[in-house]
Design a protein around this ligand. Structure first.
Ligand code: AMP
Length: 524
C-alpha cells in the first residue's frame, strides 16, 4: 500500500503559494499559509483532547473557513472526518454522531441548542468545540480558544492510501442515513477527475455554495484546495448574494444544481451583474430540463456550461457533458445528434468503466435501458458498518448505482431515472424524469416533480406537482392538455397540482418523496 499523498498537496500549497488567498468566507480571508497554520493548531488541539489516528471527528456547520481547517487537519492527521448535514432532524444528527462513534464535534454556534437537546444520546462524544460563539458557549469550549493555546507545528503522521479519510452520510430520505467511506485514495483520484474534467487551475476562484457536508461540495472544494485555487464559501444559496459574490470576487467557477440556475434566472436585475470572469457553471445532481438549459444558455452563454453526473458512492464523478457538447448542441442550426446529446449526462470520464446491466448484473447492449454500474479508482470500499448493504451495492468491484439509464453507440450516457422512483401504473413503467421534462417545456413551468400516488385502479397514479415562473399563469387543464401530444396515455399525469414552490434538499434537489407526501395529504 502506498502512503497517502493528500497531505502533501496541502503542504505544497504553503511551500509554493503560501501568501496567496486560499479561502474567502464572507469578510474573512485566509492565505494558504494561514489556513495551514490554523489547521495544524486544530490538529494539536484535537490530539491534546485525546483524538487518535483513525478516530472520528465530526463537524456540524454551514460552509465556512473552519470546514477547510477541519478537512486539512483530518487529512494531515489521519483522523476520519464526519461532515454532518445540518438539515437532518435532531434524531438523525444523533444517529450520525453515534453511528460514526465521533469523539469530538466541531459545531457552529447556531447548532448549540439542537445539539444540547440530544447530548445525552451521544455516548461516544467527549468534546465539543464551538465556533462563531459571541460569548462562552453553553456547551463545550470555544474553538478559537482551543486553537489559540495549541501548537502550530506540522503534524507528522503516516497514513496509507486505503485509510479512511471521511465518512459522508447520505441525506436519509428513506430510512437512516448511510455512511459512505471515502479513503485518501478516493480523495486524490476524485480531485484528479475534477481537475481533468473541469480544467481547474491555481488561478481558479470557485464559489462553493453547495453544502460541504455533501459529496458534491466536498469534492469540488477539495479539488480547488489541492490545486491551490481559492475557495469562496457561502453558507447557503440565496440568488442575489450568489450574483453579488460572483461579481465581487471575480469568481471563475461555480457548482450548482439546476434549481439554482432557475433561481438565478428569476432575478429581475440579472443583467446588472458583471460576470466576465465566470468561465464555468458546472451543474450536477439532478436532471436538467432542456428548456431551462436553453434559457440559461441564452443569458449566460453555452460556452460556460459543463454537466456532471455522479453519486456519493463514486466520490462522486461518473460522467461529463463537456463545454464542447454544450456549444455544439445549443448553437443555432445544431445537428439533431448534437441537440439530443444535451439530454444526456455526457460520456464516462477518463478514470472509469460504465456498464448498463440487467437485474442479474449481465451487461446489456448499447441503447438498452438497464441499471448503471460503474468501476473506478474513486469507488468507495463500502458503507460504514453496513456489510450487507456493501455486498449488495458493490459486487466484483462494480458499484450498482440504482440509476436507470442507457448508453448510446457513441458512449453518451442517458439517465432515465432512479430505480426506486419508477412508477408502475396499470402494469406499465413510467419514468418520472421523462414526464417532468415534458411539463417543463410549457413556458410557464419553472420546475416539476412527478410521483406515483397509491391508486386502487392503477396501482399507482401518475401525479405531477409544478411551480411556475413569476408573473406567469397556467391552469391544471392547460398543463394536462400540453402533455397530450408528447406522452403516451399511461404516462400522462392524471392530475397536475400547482404549488408555490417545490420542496428541495439542502443541495437544491427536488425531493420527490416530500412531494408525494404533500400530494397524498392534499388528496385526503
Ligand atoms: P448523491 O449521492 O446525493 O450525490 O445523489 C446521487 C444521485 O443524484 C444519482 O444517483 C442520480 O440519481 C442523481 N444525479 C446526480 N447527477 C445527476 C445529473 N447530472 N443528472 C441527473 N441526476 C443526477
Amino acid at each position: 500500500m502506498a502512503e497517502s499523498w493528500c497531505k502533501e498537496l496541502w503542504k505544497k500549497n504553503v511551500a509554493y503559494l503560501g501568501d496567496r488567498p486560499a479561502v474567502i468566507d464572507r469578510g474573512r480571508r485566509l492565505t494558504h499559509a494561514e489556513l495551514a497554520s490554523r489547521a495544524n493548531r486544530l490538529y494539536w488541539a484535537l490530539r491534546s483532547r485525546g483524538l487518535e489516528k483513525g478516530e472520528r471527528v465530526a463537524i456540524l456547520a454551514y460552509n465556512c473557513a473552519e470546514y477547510l481547517e477541519w478537512m486539512q487537519a483530518c487529512e494531515k492527521g489521519g483522523f476520519v472526518g464526519v461532515p454532518v448535514n445540518w438539515r437532518l432532524s435532531a434524531d438523525n444528527v444523533a444517529f450520525v454522531l453515534d453511528n460514526s462513534e465521533s469523539k469530538i464535534l466541531l459545531l457552529h454556534e447556531d447548532f448549540v441548542e439542537p445539539v444540547s437537546s440530544i447530548r445525552p444520546q451521544l455516548r461516544n462524544l467527549e468534546h465539543l468545540l464551538v465556533f462563531d460563539a459571541t460569548s462562552p458557549p453553553a456547551i463545550g469550549e470555544a474553538y478559537e480558544e482551543a486553537l489559540a493555546t495549541a501548537d502550530s507545528r506540522e503534524p507528522e503522521v503516516q497514513m496509507e492510501d486505503e485509510d479512511p479519510a471521511y465518512i459522508i452520510y447520505s441525506s436519509g430520505t428513506t430510512g437512516r442515513p448511510k455512511g459512505v467511506v471515502f479513503t485518501h485514495h478516493m480523495q486524490l483520484e476524485s480531485a484528479k477527475a475534477h481537475v481533468t474534467e473541469l480544467g481547474l487551475t491555481p488561478q481558479d476562484v470557485a464559489l462553493v455554495v453547495m453544502p460541504l457536508f455533501h459529496s458534491g461540495g466536498h469534492a469540488t472544494a477539495s479539488a480547488i484546495a489541492y490545486v491551490g485555487g481559492i475557495n469562496v464559501l457561502l453558507p447557503r444559496f440565496e440568488a442575489r448574494t450568489v450574483l453579488e459574490v460572483l461579481e465581487q470576487e471575480r469568481v471563475t467557477f461555480v457548482q450548482v444544481v439546476p434549481t439554482m440556475i432557475a433561481a438565478l434566472l428569476e432575478q429581475p436585475d440579472l443583467h446588472r451583474y458583471r460576470l466576465d470572469n465566470l468561465k464555468t457553471i458546472q451543474y450536477v445532481g439532478a436532471p436538467m430540463p432542456q428548456s431551462l438549459l436553453e434559457k440559461a444558455a441564452r443569458f449566460f452563454g453555452a460556452h460556460r456550461f459543463i454537466q456532471n453526473y455522479g453519486l456519493t458512492e463514486n466520490g462522486p464523478l461518473v460522467s461529463t457533458l463537456s463545454r464542447e457538447d454544450h456549444l455544439a448542441g445549443l448553437r443555432e442550426g445544431a445537428s439533431e445528434t448534437a441537440r439530443k446529446r444535451l439530454g444526456s449526462v455526457g460520456r464516462p470520464h477518463y478514470g472509469l468503466w460504465v456498464r448498463i446491466v440487467d437485474d442479474r448484473g449481465n451487461e446489456l447492449p448499447r441503447n438498452t435501458i438497464g441499471e448503471i454500474a460503474v468501476r473506478a479508482e474513486t469507488t468507495t470500499p463500502g458503507y460504514w458498518k453496513q456489510q450487507e448493504l456493501t455486498r449488495k451495492k458493490i459486487r466484483d468491484g462494480w458499484l450498482f448505482t440504482g440509476d436507470i439509464g442507457l448508453m448510446d453507440q457513441d458512449g453518451y450516457l442517458y439517465l432515465v431515472d432512479r430505480k426506486d422512483d419508477m412508477i408502475v401504473t396499470g402494469g406499465e413503467n413510467v419514468y418520472p424524469s421523462y414526464v417532468e421534462n415534458v411539463l417543463c417545456r410549457h413556458p410557464a413551468v419553472k420546475e416539476a416533480a412527478v410521483v406515483g400516488l397509491p391508486d386502487e385502479k392503477w396501482g399507482e397514479m401518475v401525479t405531477a406537482a409544478v411551480a411556475l415562473w413569476p408573473e406567469t399563469v397556467a391552469t391544471e387543464e392547460e398543463l394536462l392538455e400540453h402533455c397530450k401530444p408528447h406522452l403516451a396515455g399511461y404516462e400522462r399525469p392524471k392530475r397536475v397540482v400547482i404549488l408555490q414552490e417545490l420542496p428541495k434538499s439542502p443541495t437544491g434537489k427536488i425531493l420527490r418523496r416530500e412531494v408525494r407526501r404533500r400530494l397524498q395529504e392534499k388528496a385526503r
